[in-house]
Design a binder for this molecule. Structure first.
Ligand SMILES: [Zn+2]
Length: 178
């Protein structure tokens, strides 16, 4: 049997799974293992702070919190390179892109997780969301800069206007005197 094509390593948000060899698109990576619980039992545990619950269907949930469940180290991403799927009652993680050695293996935990968990802890820290936040900051900076330049140009034009007009004002004054 070939060894696992990944290792556990440090990621942005704690620990993560990182490829140690190329993993081709569509290839099985790891099984998400755990004891089977009724959804009610899983919800009770989740209310007490349990994580790593994977809902299989409308009745059953896998409790993947055991450290032997290596798949639990795969982090969420909104731009994942893997996906989870339930195949005959088992949860598998498979590549949805070609993954290079060193790449973090991630999959999308789903809308509920994003809404209920990530938004509670100050938003998603995945590559896609961090890029988006960076772009938004950059756009804000640029628009502030543009606003500042517009204000400076307006001020400069006003000053030029004042300079151009001031001799006329003087002339008018001299004419009145004369
Ligand atoms: Zn994200």
């Amino acid at each position: 049997m070939s060894p696992r094509p990944f290792r556990i390593g440090r990621s942005r948000t704690g620990l993560g799974l990182f490829a140690t060899e190329p993993i081709r698109k569509g290839k099985f990576i790891v099984e998400y293992r755990g004891r089977k619980l009724s959804n009610e039992a899983a919800e009770r545990l989740e209310a007490k702070g349990a994580r790593y619950m994977y809902e299989l269907n409308s009745r059953w949930t896998l409790d993947g919190s055991s450290r032997r469940n290596i798949a639990r180290y795969a982090n969420h991403s909104c731009r994942p390179n893997a996906e989870s799927d339930v195949v005959r009652g088992r949860v598998i993680i498979r590549a949805i892109r070609n993954i290079q050695p060193g790449d973090e293996i991630t999959y999308d935990y789903g809308r509920d997780y994003f809404k209920n968990v990530l938004m509670e802890i100050g938003g998603c820290k995945c590559v896609k969301c961090l890029e988006k936040a960076r772009e938004e900051r950059r756009a804000r900076r640029l628009s502030n800069l543009r606003r500042q330049r517009r204000a400076e140009r307006a001020a400069a034009a006003l000053n030029k206007d004042v300079k151009r007009r001031s001799p006329q004002v003087k002339q008018r004054k001299t004419r009145k005197k004369g």
